[in-house]
Design a protein around this ligand. Structure first.
Ligand SMILES: [Zn+2]
Length: 153
């Protein structure tokens, strides 16, 4: 059985002063991709709780999987008390198996924690709004994500 974890991480670059908020997916303690290039779609991840299918859990920072060379989503299969991920893109080909209970708990708790992390970052200690914070993948047009994270700004 593999172990799934979600973490949030802030990226900064020399050419702007934004704070880029990225969700990192770890399996057995290791990031499953280079998250300075790929991003995690929380809405797709959340959708995997419901049913089997192919999900663009990994996407480009801009939110378009194709843009990062991902044409094939991660195959998610619920079987007995497990959830299996088959990843073909980005390479290498990998198969992970999680316990269904852990899987649900990690994603549900992870999204809750991300909401808290965002709330803490969006407002400074003086209560001022931090307009340098950007959620990756690009979130402004993503109504599903806005609802999932319950964003008010
Ligand atoms: Zn892109």
């Amino acid at each position: 059985m593999n172990k799934l974890d979600l973490h949030s991480k802030i990226y900064r670059f020399d050419n702007d002063d934004n704070l880029y908020f990225v969700t990192i997916i770890l399996v057995d303690g290791k990031p499953i991709a280079d998250f300075s290039y790929y991003a995690t779609s929380l809405t797709e991840l959340n959708n995997t709780l419901k049913q089997n299918g192919k999900y663009f859990i990994l996407t480009c920072w801009c939110g378009v999987p194709d843009c990062a060379g991902i044409e094939q989503g991660i195959q998610v299969t619920h079987y007995q008390d497990t959830v299996k991920w088959t990843i073909n893109q980005p390479s290498p080909h990998r198969v992970f198996t999680f316990s269904e209970n852990d899987y649900k708990a990690v994603i549900t708790e992870g999204i809750k924690q991300i909401k808290e992390d965002l709330a803490n970052l969006w407002f400074t200690h003086t209560g001022e709004y931090n307009d340098k914070l950007e959620i990756v993948p690009r979130w402004e047009d993503n109504q599903e994500l806005i609802e999932l994270l319950n964003i008010h700004r």
